[in-house]
Design a protein around this ligand. Structure first.
Ligand code: DCP
Ligand code: MG
Length: 361
């Protein structure tokens, strides 16, 4: 028997909440996060009006202003987004308890058996989208299929405010037509490697044997082999535990002066901060990762007694950890910041988990 999996993702989430709460922003190109002057951070998200100009999440503000000079920059109101996140989860819970939130605005639902006895996953997805629209005045998109992978990709197909269903008989053709960038875990490096191997779509991947894929891509090769055949048995896990959340960047040239390195740490800490908020996580340990031009790697960590997620603390800690490694004659090719230890130690020695939702990134 096939499972019934729904992936729900809110449309332009932070920006839509702002446009809902402040009517003067409706119909306007707005950017949440970042700032128009100086080197103020990165875009968290942009309204669809701003996306028409090419503005995207994680883009430096400076670039966003070039693309869309009239965009209105808005400071994020994380409490408001958290509140909406709780409300959408309450709506999901009317239909199933098997809910795996991936972030504030996104979740997998297993509705193989649903609480309301509706039976049809498509109808449930539509009922959820309607409830979100009627009760919260926001829109969401949904993907419906028999596994997580296909459901997640499907939710993007008719975005914004749309739904897509990919049934078992369509999966094979769908996976063959998919470009390799759409596969989970295909970062820049893997995507480039695939291109040099002449692998552009799922159909190209399907021509390789499992051992060929493993020889090229290691363990992930096995994942590619199964996923391109529509095989994804990963269950929807309501209490998934995330151990760390990190961001890193590889530079096209080596960084040699401290100012450039610190500018990178500003960007990384901003992105990491957004990610932590989005996933409702705070951690005690901050780790800086450095890879030098000669590929030698080092990590430096600092642990706090209390949980942290503030951008300023992430940045200052990373900067201090970096300073301890300086001066260096070698250029730096990669910098990364990770937060882990999402628990507090209690006096009894038991670990207590203050952030109930543990999410896989
Ligand atoms: N976010 C962020 N930094 C990123 C990506 C996202 O801070 N690099 C935040 C802002 C988004 C929210 O997380 O509103 C949800 O992320 P999505 O990727 O789902 O993007 P949106 O919901 O904004 O847009 P879409 O309509 O494409 O889902
Ligand atoms: Mg979204």
């Amino acid at each position: 028997m096939f499972r019934k999996i729904i992936h729900i993702d809110m449309d332009a989430f932070y920006a839509s909440v702002e446009q809902r709460d402040f009517p003067e922003y409706r119909g306007k190109p707005i950017i949440v996060g970042g700032s128009p002057e100086g080197r103020g951070g990165v875009v968290a998200t942009a309204s669809y009006e701003a996306r028409k100009f090419g503005v995207r999440s994680a883009m430096p503000s400076k670039r966003a202003v070039e693309l869309c000079p009239l965009a209105i920059f808005i400071k994020p109101r994380f409490d408001a987004y958290r509140a909406v996140s709780e409300q959408i989860r309450e709506i999901f819970s009317r239909y199933t308890d098997l809910i795996e939130p991936l972030s504030l605005d996104e979740a997998f639902l297993d509705v193989t058996t649903d609480k309301a006895g509706i039976g049809s996953a498509i109808q449930i997805a539509e009922a959820i989208r309607k409830a979100i629209s009627d009760e919260l005045q926001l829109t969401a998109s949904a993907g419906v299929s028999i596994n997580k992978f296909v459901a997640k990709i499907a939710s993007d197909i008719n975005k914004p405010n749309g739904m897509a269903f990919i049934g078992p008989s369509k999966i094979s053709t769908f996976m063959e037509s998919l470009s390799v960038e759409k596969f989970f875990g295909v970062g820049r490096v893997t995507a480039d490697k695939m291109k040099t191997l002449g692998l552009h779509t799922g159909a190209d991947l399907k021509k390789l044997s499992e051992s060929e894929l493993i020889s090229h891509f290691g363990k992930t090769g096995g994942f590619f082999y199964r996923i391109v055949r529509g095989i994804d048995e990963r269950p929807v896990e309501p209490h998934r535990v995330t151990k760390s959340v990190g961001v890193e960047d590889t530079f096209p040239f080596d960084l040699v002066n401290q100012e450039d390195m610190e500018a990178e740490l500003t960007k990384l800490s901003t992105t990491l901060h957004h990610r932590l908020v989005k996933h409702e996580l705070k951690g005690r340990t901050i780790t800086l990762k450095i890879r030098y031009a000669d590929f030698r790697r080092i990590t430096r960590s600092l642990s706090f007694e209390t949980l942290q997620d503030e951008q300023a603390i992430l940045f200052r800690t990373a900067r201090e950890l970096l300073a301890e490694t300086l001066p260096t004659e070698k250029g730096i090719r990669l910098l990364g910041i990770t937060v882990s230890n999402f628990t507090l130690q209690t006096y009894t020695g038991n670990s207590q988990d203050p952030t109930q939702l543990k999410l896989d990134i």
